[in-house]
Design a protein around this ligand. Structure first.
Ligand code: ASP
Ligand code: MG
Length: 414
């Protein structure tokens, strides 16, 4: 078969898929299988499971704040290990393969150590290896900056390497192999009837971040959306088709809701009885934003007698810090009190069909009401509705919504 008629595929295997020598051999077999079906292959690998953490711990034994440049040099060795072992495995099975580190694959990034962004990939070198009939194994998560410093893309960055390579090489698809079968309509640990989705749009995937985060690094989805790269999320351990993450198509809007997600990592802060006058929101949030704290929902009540309550949510991890900051300004702006609540969770439904169908929100509220779950905050976007509820009802809410919108596999019993 001439290389012109062969499809070019990028496959990415995550840390658990290459977590032992046995598993690396299995990945090598699978890659060879794909080649034998008449494809050319570029394989992106993560470090073996736990390796990046182990390297991080080593650096912390020297100092709590390791030099960022040297930390990237160190962390990049995790992927160097896995690609070289993989290439050896493929070669021992009688196929030609070459490993390339980020700089050899010409993955050019900016200069931000630890969270570098890919700027450009010169594909000449990879294409040459492919033309010489080799399988090319590229170390994920790393690149090189203008001054030839090694950079890394941030934790989970190998997905982005794979998507960027797919775009640069104009490959047919980016297959992300992981330890789950795809993207589900809800967390299967909560909903036993959660269904594997055949297809989902980039937009929905971005909104379902918390569902997908363990599966697909969210920055890679943004990248894929920008360059229109189809991603196929699938399991390393089965041959089944997984979920295609693709550009939105007209018929996708027929599905009202694609998935239900919950997030227990939210906490609420309420500023009670603040004088309702210009500049108050600025005074409250300025120190919070300056501290780099991410605020999720914000709700301000209409004022009664010139006083208003303002509530907002942050992650539980940033709760104490935020509370301290807001208590600091409370006196200055004359607020009566600042209250905090960590026993909350956010449940959200996501779907493209929401854009053209009324009644999705009311069905969500009705479903929660039927379960006697109180909603304390609501926020909506074009394709997502989120409610803040008491944390202890999270699972109940997810199951009830999953059933109400008919997302399950069979008739749901739970
Ligand atoms: N090895 C890196 C990490 O553990 C990158 C990746 O796995 O995608 O975060
Ligand atoms: Mg990963």
């Amino acid at each position: 078969m001439s290389s012109l008629t062969m499809a070019l595929i990028v496959q990415k295997y995550g840390g658990t898929s290459v977590g032992s020598i046995e598993k690396i051999k299995k990945v090598a077999e699978r890659v060879i299988e794909t080649c034998e079906r008449g494809n050319r292959l570029v394989v992106v690998l993560s470090a073996m499971a736990g390796q990046t953490d182990a390297l991080m711990r080593l650096s912390k034994e020297i100092t709590e704040t390791p030099d960022p440049r040297e930390l990237d040099v160190l962390l990049a060795t995790g992927e160097q290990m896995s690609v070289s072992l993989f290439a050896m495995a493929v070669k021992s099975m009688g196929y030609d393969c070459r490993s390339l580190l980020g700089f050899q694959a010409a993955i050019h990034t900016d200069q931000i150590y630890g969270k570098a962004r890919i700027k450009k990939i010169d594909t000449d070198h990879i294409l040459k290896e492919l033309d010489e009939n080799r399988i090319v194994a590229v170390a994920g998560f790393q690149g090189i900056d203008e001054r030839r410093n090694i950079t890394t893309l941030g934790r989970g960055g190998s997905d982005t390497t794979a998507v960027a390579l797919t775009a640069a090489l104009k490959a047919t698809v980016c297959e992300i192999f992981t330890d789950v079968e795809g993207i589900f309509s809800a967390d299967p640990n909560i909903c036993t009837h959660a269904r594997k989705l055949d297809r989902i749009s980039y937009e929905e995937m971005l909104e379902l971040a918390s569902l997908g985060a363990r599966v697909l690094d969210i920055r890679s989805v943004e990248f894929a959306k920008r360059f229109n790269v189809p991603i196929h999320v699938r399991s390393s351990f089965t041959r089944d088709e997984g979920t295609m993450v693709v550009a939105e198509k007209k018929e996708m809007e027929r599905v009202l809701v694609s998935g239900v997600v919950s997030d227990k990592n939210e906490a609420r802060i309420t500023v009670v009885k603040v004088p309702d006058r210009p500049g108050i929101a600025f005074k409250i949030f300025d120190p919070v934003f300056k501290a780099g704290i991410v605020v999720d929902m914000i709700v301000q009540n209409p004022s009664a007698e010139g006083l208003t309550d303002l509530s907002f949510t942050v992650t539980k991890t940033q709760f104490q810090e935020t509370l301290t900051l807001v208590r600091g300004v409370a006196q200055e702006i004359g607020a009566e009190n600042v209250l905090g609540d960590q026993d909350i969770a956010k449940v959200s439904i996501v779907g493209l069909g929401m854009r053209n169908h009324a009644g999705v929100a009311s069905k969500m509220f009705e479903t929660l009401a039927r379960e006697n779950i109180n909603i304390t905050m609501i926020s909506t976007s074009e394709i997502k509705i989120s409610c803040i509820i008491e944390e202890k009802y999270t699972e109940l809410a997810v199951r009830a919504l999953h059933e109400a919108f008919g997302l399950g596999n069979e008739k749901e019993k739970d």
